[in-house]
Design a protein around this ligand. Structure first.
Ligand SMILES: Cc1cc2nc3c(=O)[nH]c(=O)nc-3n(C[C@H](O)[C@H](O)[C@H](O)COP(=O)(O)OP(=O)(O)OC[C@H]3O[C@@H](n4cnc5c(N)ncnc54)[C@H](O)[C@@H]3O)c2cc1C
Length: 478
């Protein structure tokens, strides 16, 4: 994603990637939050959805509470159910179309910073070599070599109590509830699909994916991981423990790769710094947290898009002073919100009667529309705004839908007054002027990452001086 955005912004990145083919690891099953709208803005959502545009979802979950977001007046929660391998394949294809060089089979092993460049040591199929570049971005995951080589600390907590088990399985047709799509367990009831289901002994989920695969997961603190390799039989035993009744699941049918994963505990950590000179971190390299609720790609892909245009501006020489520093200023709070909410969810789905009591109270609070809205905004990543120093309800937030005008990753001035093109003309190499009808909006300056830097409501005179200030602040001198 970072490479695609850099290429759109006129910079030529090289991607160093140890893998030579698609990952066989089963990770994300989908994305949730503003990233879905962001991908749509670039025309990338359509590649995953087969043509459709995203709409807010009626239901989602938080800490195993099914939440009726369809009731909200302003529902910010968008999702797409698609496995991470497809997301990665789509982004790799997009990067290649944009001319990005992807070096598969190459691994970063060392780096040194000089005044005007980074020298990366790389191990490739033909041996080791050095690569000089203006900047180096560590998008190399939670165990980031870039972060370690740069001496950036990764403070946070490790928990080792909960054992999570997940596997693709086969389920007898008689257990599939035709009405809800859930799992109908004799002498127990129906476990709804794609929602966490908590008991006082643990957490279960049942996910019958559209591609025919069925994923069941169970986590608990009371069944430690043994030495033996994890198996569907072990998952069946743990399911029986958590639910109190047997569930006759079997090994999956059909071709793999199939998920068969047992993880003990987890990490919640945020990098001490997102930047060390000419080295920057994005995605899991900068933060790790529980996967509960699936917030990882919303966080990481928005990091990528926030960083890329600022870094491109720096490389191309038009970045105003301090622009690159706003990457961490804006994105660290996003990571802090995600680590907070995943830790909160992990506690709320924990075992025991005290947690049940807490859930009763939390469930009552969720009946309040304002609380439901707050949780919806939290899940979407829309619960905080970037400090952009301009007034109004839109500034610092992801902009309302603007159709196709940001497919090329450019900043836009939405001018529905017909009078502001002249004001933005000195920035025409950096900012496009477009007309897009948006409710209540006379004009709006939207950065390449989709966030609003200045706006004027209909019914008043746009503050031209404030617009010029915003243009200069984000896009440099006229
Ligand atoms: C079980 C599980 C379920 C999840 N479910 C969801 C979900 O439903 N929704 C969601 O949004 N998120 C989910 N996540 C989180 C999501 O998978 C991560 O947030 C995401 O993969 C992070 O992307 P990344 O590119 O930062 O890091 P990674 O995906 O880890 O990619 C890092 C890349 O760096 C490469 N690399 C490693 N070392 C080097 C080196 N030395 N040199 C060069 N390259 C290197 C790796 O090969 C890899 O390609 C889940 C995670 C897990 C583990």
């Amino acid at each position: 994603m970072t490479a695609c955005e850099l290429a759109l912004a006129g910079v030529r990145p090289v991607v160093i990637e140890p893998r030579t083919g698609p990952s066989t690891e089963q990770r994300a099953n989908g994305m949730v939050g503003q990233v879905v709208r962001l991908l749509d803005r670039r025309g990338l959502y359509e590649r995953l959805s087969g043509g459709a545009h995203p709409a807010p979802v009626e239901h989602f979950m938080f800490a195993a509470f099914p939440l009726p977001f369809g009731r909200l007046e302003h529902n910010p929660v968008h999702t797409i159910l698609v496995p991470q391998q497809r997301i990665e394949a789509m982004l790799a294809e997009r990067a290649r179309e944009l001319g990005v060089e992807i070096r598969g089979g190459h691994t970063l092993t060392g780096l040194a910073q000089k005044d005007d460049m980074v020298v990366a040591e790389i191990n490739g199929p033909d041996g080791s070599y050095s690569l000089e570049s203006a900047f180096l971005i560590g998008a190399d995951g939670g165990r980031s070599v870039t972060r370690k080589l740069s001496g950036i600390d990764f403070p946070g907590v490790t928990t080792d109590k909960t054992v999570s088990r997940a596997a693709h399985v086969s389920v007898p047709d008689s257990l599939r509830d035709p009405i809800s799509g859930g799992l109908r367990i004799p002498a127990y009831g129906v476990i709804p699909p794609f929602l966490h289901h908590r008991t006082e002994r643990g957490l279960v989920s049942f996910a019958p994916f559209p591609d025919g695969r069925t994923l069941i997961s169970a986590s608990t603190t009371s069944r430690p991981a043994g030495e033996e390799p994890f198996s569907v039989d072990e998952l069946r035993d743990v399911l029986e423990y958590v639910l109190g009744v047997p569930v006759p699941i079997g090994p999956p049918a059909g071709d793999g790769p199939h998920m068969l994963r047992r993880t003990v505990g987890g990490n919640t950590r945020i990098a001490d710094r997102y930047r060390d000179g000419r080295v920057l971190l994005v995605g899991d390299a900068a933060h790790v947290h529980s996967a509960i609720g699936g917030p990882g790609l919303n966080l990481g892909l928005q990091d990528a898009v926030n960083l890329a245009w600022k870094l491109a501006a720096t490389v191309r020489g038009w970045a105003p002073d301090g622009l690159l520093d706003t990457y961490e200023i804006e994105r660290r709070p996003a990571a802090e919100r995600v680590t907070m909410q995943t830790q909160a969810q992990s506690v709320l789905v924990g075992p025991g009667p005290e947690v049940t009591a807490l859930r009763v109270l939390f469930g009552e609070l969720l009946e309040e529309p304002a609380v439901l809205q707050r949780v919806a905004d939290l899940i979407a990543g829309a619960d905080f705004r970037y400090d952009m120093g301009a007034p109004g309800p839109w500034v610092g937030r992801f902009s309302p839908d603007l159709g196709d005008v940001q497919r090329q990753g450019r900043a836009v001035l939405v001018d529905n007054t017909g009078r502001l093109a002249g004001v933005a003309a000195p920035w025409s190499d950096r900012v496009d002027v477009v007309g897009v009808p948006v409710d209540g909006v006379a004009a709006m300056l939207v950065r390449p990452d989709g966030y609003v830097a200045w706006a004027a409501a209909t019914g008043g005179e746009p503050d031209v001086a404030a617009l010029e200030t915003a243009l200069t602040r984000w896009f440099g001198a006229a």
